[in-house]
Design a protein around this ligand. Structure first.
Ligand code: NAI
Ligand SMILES: O=C1O[C@H](COP(=O)(O)O)[C@@H](O)[C@H](O)[C@H]1O
Length: 261
């Protein structure tokens, strides 16, 4: 990728996981509505490539998108309990504005941060908690219809559908990554669901690197590490993107603190 890569929501957890490992790999342009503290900006990113802007502001986006080859779109309200007015503005309107700016600027690829919550309602009372365990074979693979668990999940399903439209209408390459549960250092303790959909920081960076380098049309993939426990298939991410996760939440089982430690 010779042209700059725009990272929206650069100051957040996912953005920082990506920059931690890929700072020197791409010519980054960073965008966030909050000013980024210097420790969140890689040393070789010039201040002219750092934009403080809201993703619903199309004029500011036009400036930030100028000359960009690919976009990783993370900016939005990440709270599963976020209210409708926030997800409507930040997640749905913001994502449509990003796709539109991408088309106007002649961008080739957009990687969109979707979520496990776009399909959270597959986790029915009948299937849980068994589906979170290693001996259960239930898998979602990205071909299933969205089944959101909350209004935030609805907004992520809408972002995926917007991507489908912008691919079909404008031939934009779009990959929607249904991210599981990103935590630094180790999987969440005492949370089976979180362990089954854990995404480590290094696998997160590697996955989005593959989203920038691979060739695809329109894809929905799951963004988790290669956990022994899993109810999301990694097949599509492996096949289409060349994703090769290095981490597995099971490797941390004996490190989990006990209540007495
Ligand atoms: N952290 C996780 O485990 C998961 C995250 N995701 C998605 O990944 C993306 C990033 O999530 P996190 O880094 O965890 O969230 P975060 O809250 O740490 O980072 C989001 C960043 O986006 C910025 N932002 C929010 N609304 C904006 C707007 N309207 N315009 C410009 N910037 C805006 C915020 O200032 C913040 O820096 C979100 O879209 C979230 O839904 C999806 C699944 C799991
Ligand atoms: O989409 C998201 O999912 C993760 C995991 O969901 P949770 O309900 O198990 O916490 C969440 O931590 C993150 O904030 C959210 O953006």
């Amino acid at each position: 990728m010779d042209e700059p890569v725009l990272l929206t929501g650069a100051g957040g957890r996912v953005g920082q996981a990506i920059l931690r490992d890929l700072a020197g790999e791409f010519d980054w342009r960073l965008l966030d509505r909050e000013p980024l503290p210097s420790e969140r900006i890689p040393a070789d990113v010039d201040e002219s490539d750092v934009f403080v802007a809201d993703v619903t502001d199309d004029d500011k986006l036009d400036e930030a998108f100028d000359g960009v080859g690919a976009v990783i779109h993370l900016a939005g309200d990440p709270r599963p309990e976020a209210p409708w007015d926030s997800v409507l503005r930040n997640n749905i309107d913001g994502t449509q504005t990003v796709y539109e700016a991408a088309v106007d600027a002649g961008v080739q690829k957009v990687a969109f941060a979707s979520s496990n919550h776009a399909v959270g309602a597959y986790e029915t009372d009948e299937r849980t908690p068994e589906m979170y365990r290693t001996d259960d074979e239930y898998r979602l693979d990205g071909t299933e219809l969205p089944r959101p668990s909350n209004l935030y999940g609805v907004s992520k399903a809408a972002g995926e559908t917007l991507g489908r439209y912008y691919h079909d209408e404008y031939e934009l390459s779009v990959v929607c990554v249904r991210i599981g549960n990103l935590t630094r250092g180790h999987p969440p303790w005492d949370y089976e669901r979180g362990q089954a959909m854990w995404l480590s920081y290094r696998d997160c960076a590697h996955l989005f690197e593959r989203c920038l380098l691979a060739d695809y049309d329109y894809e929905i993939v799951y963004g988790i590490s290669d956990n022994d426990r899993k109810y999301y298939s990694l097949e599509r991410a492996r096949e289409v993107l060349g994703y090769e996760p290095a981490d597995n939440s099971a490797d941390f089982a004996d490190q989990q603190p006990t209540s007495s430690s």
